[in-house]
Design a protein around this ligand. Sequence first.
Ligand code: SF4
Ligand code: MG
Length: 324
Amino acid sequence: GGVLDRLRLSAKGFKLDRPVVHAVNGVSFKIARGEIMALVGESGCGKSTVAKTIARIYKPTRGAVKVDGEDIANHGFAEMLPVRAKMQMIFQDPYASLNPRQRVRDIVAEPLLEQTKNAADRKGVAAKTEALLAKVGLNAEHAGRYPHQFSGGQRQRIGIARALSVTPGLIIADEPVSALDVSIQAQILNLMMDLRDEFGLAYLFISHDLSVVNHIADRVGVMYLGFMVENAPRDVLFAKPRHPYTRALLSAAPSIKEKRDVEEITLSGEVPSALELPSGCCFRTRCPFAWERCARERPLLRDVGDDQTVACHLVDEPERDKIR
Ligand code: SF4
Ligand code: MG
């Protein structure tokens, strides 16, 4: 399987009727081998767009998507084949993403067969499929059944087995537990973490639920209106969030309040339309600290130590943090 050491994504835009909306703006981050990187933010912030662009479900209109240093932004189907052996995707709704007319053994084997061209190697596929089902907590009997015969949690296990079949370096997981009951969520998250430990897998984990992110992530990127506004190791981000938007998200997440040492920030107003991005800082229309510089100048992600980067002018004018 592929080893994914480094991954960068820059601009992604897609076309609406006339205007071109850059749904994701210069988002750039790396995921290390074995790392679980979460992207968080309200719906519409661009986190799913980032996931689908990296998986090349979406094609970026400009910019680069680099996997192991290789830019896949303009790859066609054939060029994507070896890339799919390095990264796979699992989805929020496993029922919609599994072919209802395929048996589980065929669903799980499909990515592997796509990679296995010679007949001798194909002989091992059935045994490998059974081993994969066992890895995700299912058994050989399940191999002959259809997706509708399983619960939501079991279907997500099937999706994970399918993704694992090619021994990828990265699994992109877009809200993989948000459709599941809380008790089942923990089982799936723990399975994903066990598989990370066993295979050195990395995950790009998309979620709007900070308690889920707190459970699984090593690193967290916070997105707002298509921009990444903060990126830090989980413990750093939850203990000392710097961006006003991150602080507001944590204020609104009672389950992890004890982990932080910051005051309440409550947001007012709506997320602006991506068609009318505010000048300067994308967050300024909702930020309680905003001042004139914020309208004039777009803050860039800056290193503030502890492996934390923040896109906010408060970083170099900290006295303004007291003024509201
Ligand atoms: Fe708020 Fe200004 Fe920081 Fe943007 S740059 S988050 S508007 S203080
Ligand atoms: Mg989404």
